[in-house]
Ligand binder design. Structure first.
Ligand SMILES: [Zn+2]
Length: 264
């Protein structure tokens, strides 16, 4: 029997993504470090307090985060499980609308303020079209979420990222995802910018790894999950608009969007 398995874009085995909250001025230094090492990430911003000191300027948003993703974090950072339904709606609509006007693209993801949520707020957000939302519940592994609206990260950057990077590099399992989250101001408060500098330098240029934003991971994995296979596993139908990659006995096959592809 042939060995058939999904791969990330261009046949990569693994993916790395970063996720940083609150949009403070320290994002400038963090983006610079990511860019210097080809690391990609998502920045979850509260657009309400843009004028507050310590937050990045609205006019910076479009340019600062080029190559990364700008994503929602609510307008004023409430505990979503403690506010009325309509306030959940307003918090997201206001944030999404402001960020979209600054970035010029549809903002489809978010992270939960304080990492907290209840089933009611999750369902409101889902019904509003939010595609993913990151929690702060580290699982310390490299698995993909079942439900992207409850997307638990691998760990916070203080959760032993150098040791985990070694484990990630040595692992041979396909579709591993290393997902790091935090706040850029923590590097300033803790005076440990060298931690993220060392991590990004060590994580740079891994041949078998896809460097992606949160929404790119969501879009690709959703495309994989939408694929349908013939009963004899020789043919794959990809109904999405993006190519997906399948490895068959060590041979890589690109399955283009909207097409049936013969795997072997
Ligand atoms: Zn936050």
């Amino acid at each position: 029997m042939k060995k058939i398995g999904y791969r990330y874009p261009q046949g990569k085995m693994k993916a790395l993504t970063m996720s940083y909250d609150d949009g403070t001025i320290h994002d400038r230094r963090l983006v610079e470090i990511f860019n210097a090492h080809g690391i990609k990430g998502t920045f979850h911003l509260n657009s309400g307090p843009f004028e507050n000191s310590g937050k990045i300027d609205p006019c910076e948003v479009a340019t600062l985060y080029i190559g990364h993703e700008v994503s929602c974090h609510t307008y004023t950072h409430p505990f979503l499980e403690r506010v009325p339904n309509m306030e959940v709606v307003r918090q997201i609509i206001s944030d999404k609308e402001t960020l979209e006007s600054l970035c010029g693209y549809v903002v489809r993801g978010m992270s939960y303020p304080f990492g907290t949520h209840d089933s009611r707020s999750v369902e409101i957000l889902r019904s509003m079209g939010m595609k993913y939302s990151r929690t702060t519940a580290s699982h310390n592994g490299f698995g993909l979420p079942d439900d992207f609206m409850l997307w638990h990260p691998t760990c916070h950057h203080k959760g032993g990222i150098m040791e985990k990077l070694e484990r990630f590099k040595n692992s041979k399992f396909p579709l591993n995802l290393f997902y790091v989250w935090g706040h850029s101001y923590e590097f300033n408060n803790d005076n440990n910018w060298e931690l993220i500098e060392e991590f990004c330098a060590a994580a740079e240029g891994m041949e078998d790894t896809w460097y992606a934003t949160n929404i790119e991971i969501y879009d690709y994995v959703t495309a994989l999950r939408s694929c349908e296979m013939s009963a004899d596993c020789t043919m794959l139908y990809n109904p999405s608009a993006t190519s997906v990659w399948v490895e068959v006995d060590g041979k890589l096959v690109e399955c283009k969007g909207g097409e049936h592809t013969k795997l072997f």
